[in-house]
Design a protein around this ligand. Structure first.
Ligand code: MD3
Ligand code: FE
Length: 199
C-alpha cells in the first residue's frame, strides 16, 4: 500500500517491529558517537528537535546559517550510515545515487518542526527517503508555493516516505508528536531518519 500526500509517497508499516528494533539499535550507536544537539537558527533560537547525522555530510545550523558539514560540532567526522538504513534506500529508490547524509531527528515531548522546504542539497533530482521510528507524528504537506492548502497524515513507527520528482520541493513539517504512543525509543519520543544526496 502506498499513500500519496501531494506527491509524497508514504508506505505505512514498511518496517516490521524486529526491523525497527534492529535499526533503532544502530541509530542509538550513531547518537552515542555523534551526540544529538539543538541547532540554533540564524535568528539565534534553538530548534525543539535535537539532531545529529551519519554519513559523509551532516546538517548543521548556527548564527552563520544552515549548511552541510563534514564534521559534527565536536570536530569529529560523522559516523557511517548503518547498513540497515542503507538497505531501505536501496529497496525504495533503486538506481538513485548513494545517500551522503542520514539526518537523525530526535523529537522528545513537545518538539515540532515548522513548515519548510528542503533545498540545501545541490542535486534536487535525487530523492529524499524518510523513516519514522517511535511515537506517532502529525505530518503536514503543502505545495511548492508557500501559503497553499495542506494535507496531514499521522506517521507511525516503521513508516517510510519517498519524496522525489516534483514533490522534492513541497513544504512540509511536523505539527505534533503523540507522546507515549510507542515504546520503541528508550526515554520516549520519536526518531526520524532522512536519507539525502547532498552534492
Ligand atoms: C518532503 N523531517 O528533516 S520527514 C527534515 O519527520 C524533515 O523529521 C521531518 O522535514 C521529520 O527536513 C519530515 C518527511 C520528509 C522529509 C524530507 C522531505 C518530507 C519531505 C523533503 C522534501 C519534501
Ligand atoms: Fe524537511
Amino acid at each position: 500500500q502506498t499513500l500519496d500526500l501531494n506527491g509524497v509517497l508514504v508506505r505505512p508499516g514498511h518496517l516490521d517491529r524486529p526491523a525497527q528494533e534492529a535499526m533503532l539499535a544502530d541509530i542509538l550507536r550513531v547518537q552515542a558517537e555523534a551526540q544529538p544537539f539543538h541547532p540554533v537558527t540564524r535568528w539565534g533560537k534553538a530548534m525543539s528537535v535535537a539532531m545529529t547525522s551519519a554519513g559523509r555530510f551532516g546538517w548543521v545550523s548556527d548564527r552563520r546559517g544552515y549548511r552541510y558539514e563534514e564534521r559534527h560540532p565536536s570536530g569529529l567526522p560523522w559516523p557511517p550510515i548503518p547498513p540497515s538504513v542503507l538497505a531501505v534506500w536501496d529497496a525504495v529508490v533503486p538506481g538513485a545515487r548513494p545517500p551522503e547524509c542520514c539526518l537523525v531527528n530526535l523529537y522528545r515531548e513537545g518538539a515540532r518542526m515548522g513548515l519548510h522546504q528542503d533545498r540545501d542539497e545541490a542535486d534536487l533530482s535525487q530523492p529524499v527517503v524518510s523513516i519514522s521510528l517511535g511515537d506517532e507524528a502529525l505530518f503536514r504537506v503543502g505545495g511548492i508555493e508557500r501559503g497553499g492548502p495542506t494535507a496531514s497524515l499521522w506517521l507511525r513507527s516503521g513508516d517510510v516516505a519517498v519524496i522525489g520528482g516534483p514533490a522534492r520541493l513541497v513544504h512540509h513539517g511536523i505539527d505534533r508528536v503523540r507522546a507515549g504512543s510507542s515504546d520503541l525509543v528508550p526515554g520516549g519520543g520519536r526518531i526520524n531518519l532522512t536519507l539525502r544526496v547532498v552534492t
